[in-house]
Design a protein around this ligand. Structure first.
Ligand code: RB5
Length: 142
């Protein structure tokens, strides 16, 4: 199950991503925002990050205008490794090396075509499980 959220700056791209997830048969829950009206990205960054940290959701996808504010917010929640990605190489590497559990995107930065490929790459790449990566991840918190 995927937790998804955005502010107004990511609202439009979120609609495209949700349609894509539905097409792929992947279940998701939209934590808002539900309109394109101006709102505060920390509200949605926190909600999705807490949902993923609770273990109820395997992955999260967060979108704001740049992807920066919402990923900074998500990374304040213990257990969250949110990665802002603008290319498929980073999306693959952050799953394989960092075991990232939230993908952040910039709705005003990354076009929908590329964003959907980034989403697929992120969701379809497993964590490598290599000892050095496990060790480094454990060093992030604690
Ligand atoms: C909203 O205007 C914008 O600041 C927000 O979407 C995001 O880019 C913040 O990091």
């Amino acid at each position: 199950m995927i937790a998804i959220g955005s502010d107004h700056g990511g609202w439009e791209l979120k609609q495209e991503i949700m349609a894509h997830l539905k097409e792929r048969g992947l279940a998701y829950w939209d934590f808002g925002t539900y309109t394109s009206d101006s709102c505060d990205y920390p509200v949605y960054g926190k909600a999705v990050a807490q949902a993923v940290a609770s273990g109820e959701y395997e992955f999260g996808i967060l979108i704001c205008g740049t992807g920066i504010g919402i990923s900074i917010t998500a990374n304040k929640v213990p257990g969250i490794r949110a990665a802002l990605c603008g290319d498929c190489f980073s999306a693959e590497a952050t799953r394989a090396h960092n075991d990232a559990n939230i993908l952040a995107l910039g709705g005003r930065v990354t076009g929908a075509g590329l964003a959907l490929k980034i989403v697929d790459t992120f969701l379809d790449t497993p964590f490598s499980g290599d000892e050095r990566h496990v060790r480094r991840i454990s060093m992030i918190e604690g």
